[in-house]
Design a protein around this ligand. Sequence first.
Ligand code: UDX
Length: 429
Amino acid sequence: MKLTIIGTGYVGLVTGTCFAEVGHHVVCVDSDAAKVKVLQGGGIPIYEPGLAELVQKNVAAGRLSFTASTTEGVERSDVIFIAVPTPPQPDGSVDMSFIERVAREIAGAMTDYKIIVDKSTVPVRTGDKVAETIKRYCKAKVEFDVVSNPEFLREGFAVEDLMKPDRIVVGVRAPRPVAAMKQVYEPFNAPIIITDINSAELIKHASNSFLALKISYINAVSVLCEATGANVQEVATGMGLDERIGRRFLNAGIGFGGSCFPKDLSAFIKISEQSGYDFRLLKEVQHINAEQMERFVKKITETLWVLKGKTIGVLGLTFKQNTDDVRSSPAIDLCQRLLKEGATLRVHDPKGMDKARAVLLDVTYVEDMNEVAAGCDALVVATEWDEFKQLDLERARKALTHPIMFDGRNLFEAQEMEKLGWIYKSIGR
Ligand code: UDX
């Protein structure tokens, strides 16, 4: 099929590439001409495992191309996906201006029937607004259908999630676009659920909020574990073996971050408020997440007492492993809090240092994780990178003035660490 994706951010670029990989002919549109040039020249503006190879392969096969022209994108395909950002506004609501502008642009370029698919995460009822906008701005007065098709990919696992999705959600107002949507997704061999548009839009916010809730739940349990001498990892494993609960997203830590969970939670709370419901449960999810960070900082200050004049090594800057993304990263938040307390920081991240440099100033960036501990008073693990498990613990222990580690992601085994001579403090253990 011929498909157009508007917006080449995480969702748009990975979706377009995976569509091409299964045999569709895809054109990716972005209004940022400089970004399009980078993509046309074989560059990839984000780090995502496996993506660069897939882009190169599909460009070479003639199935994937890039343009800055929405008109070209609209002319070349019958199915047009919108994958532009929906950033948060200060009051927690969603900025819909990118979607609205793209809807107008698509409308202006349409000369025959099109299916316009919204992939961006949007408040419920956006489909109706997009349809109204297209109707109003389409001079050619051609027929069209609006579809909601939320994306559930995780950064760092985006290609894998896209190629092997748990489910495909397709929200429609009328049956006409269903056959085409099934054809788009047939090669992915995943269950496709067809709903009305409002339900599809709600599925996305409800799913992300539920996952955030799951993390806050285990973080709250971790507080109880610390108070009673239990081990949160054992509790999570015991809970997770119940198939109704499941072990995933039950890792206690310094809280969730990233460009989705915090934003989607705020948006869902706001949407609920506008619909007349006070979603207090989700407000508590936010509180628990904020407290988890406070508690971790307190753990550090209670152990090291005064941070002024102390040097702390921080492993991890991205909001989670396998990404270079530092947006709303708990690790960056932690660094900023430690700096505010007067600490000097030596930091390292396997992929996130370039992006961190723009937001985290006045710290020393260390290229080799094994060099971070040199001259430090303590070491902190802030992101769950698997690489950190390979840290040369003996070298780090000797390099520190005191062998203290605050593990905000429970990467190491407490008993092992103590056996190796560490003063080891983690979460809920
Ligand atoms: C999330 C959703 O998982 C995805 O389906 C949606 O489309 C976009 O939002 P993403 O933000 O890429 O994806 O990352 P995710 O892997 O969900 O992690 C989010 C945050 O939760 C990270 O900060 C991570 O460290 C934290 N987390 C995750 C935990 O603290 N504990 C866990 O058990 C899992």
